[in-house]
Design a protein around this ligand. Structure first.
Ligand code: HEM
Ligand code: HEM
Length: 178
């Protein structure tokens, strides 16, 4: 078998789908003129799925220690290995950053995170306006960096899969290893 194991592939594609839904939800929910019920639904989705993404990414990183990524095909030049490594590392950092700043923004503002509240998990930070404002700005800037990294990542994946056809794309696709 070449490529990532099924568990790593499933982590990748579940997180990718959730992130690609969470970004537009976050973007739309802060627009003017939405009805209250649409806005509430998007906020509940965004906050709770955002926390789920954070937990999945941490679990993925732990699993990565147990089952490290397979070696890249020999034909991939050194500079591409370095760029890919940096891109993946930055994606992990940014996903964690977005999850943490989103959490801080909401909890420091004294707002609910429905799934955590239902599980009886209390806020980990006290209410604080300066923290709320800082986290809000950090979350706003972070999404710009995250979107740029995802764009680069998808362009590289399509280039490998459709133009170079060098076996990099099939390392992670399909979501269940053959
Ligand atoms: C929000 C969306 C996405 C995120 C956050 C994301 C993140 C990541 C990360 C962190 C890795 C490294 C996995 C590891 O070694 O632990 C990875 C690998 C990979 N991703 Fe994504 N990904 C996303 C979407 C996509 C999409 C849409 C495609 C295809 C069009 C794709 C194709 C790939 C490929 C081919 C690899 C394997 C690269 C290699 O062999 O080193 N990803 N992705
Ligand atoms: C990987 C996870 C996440 C991504 C990709 C993400 C992405 C985004 C984006 C694109 C926006 C719109 C731009 C902005 O105003 O910042 C946004 C806003 C927001 N996000 Fe997230 N988010 C994530 C996690 C979270 C979490 C875990 C929470 C809270 C528990 C959260 C709470 C919020 C809130 C409250 C806003 C509105 C900010 C405002 O007051 O203007 N996000 N997010």
């Amino acid at each position: 078998m070449t490529g990532y194991r099924t568990a790593a592939r499933l982590f990748h594609w579940i997180v990718a789908l959730l992130v690609l839904a969470t970004i537009p939800a976050g973007q739309i929910m802060i627009q003017e003129g939405l009805t209250r019920s649409v806005q509430d639904t998007l906020f509940i989705f965004h906050k709770n799925v955002g926390v789920l993404i954070l937990l999945l990414v941490l679990a993925r990183l732990a699993y990565r220690q147990v089952a490290p990524p397979p070696p890249l095909p020999a034909a991939v030049p050194d500079w591409q290995r370095r760029v890919a490594w940096a891109n993946h590392a930055a994606l992990y950092v940014l996903l964690i950053f977005m999850g943490v700043t989103g959490y801080l923004r909401v909890r420091a503002g004294g707002f609910p995170i429905e799934a955590l509240d239902a599980l009886g998990i209390p806020p980990l930070v006290p209410e604080s306006e300066p923290l709320e404002e800082w986290a809000k700005a950090a979350h706003w800037w972070g999404r710009l960096v995250l979107v740029a990294l995802i764009a680069l990542h998808i362009l590289a994946a399509v280039w490998h899969g459709a133009i170079r056809r060098d076996g990099v794309f099939s390392r992670i696709w399909p979501p269940v290893a053959r």
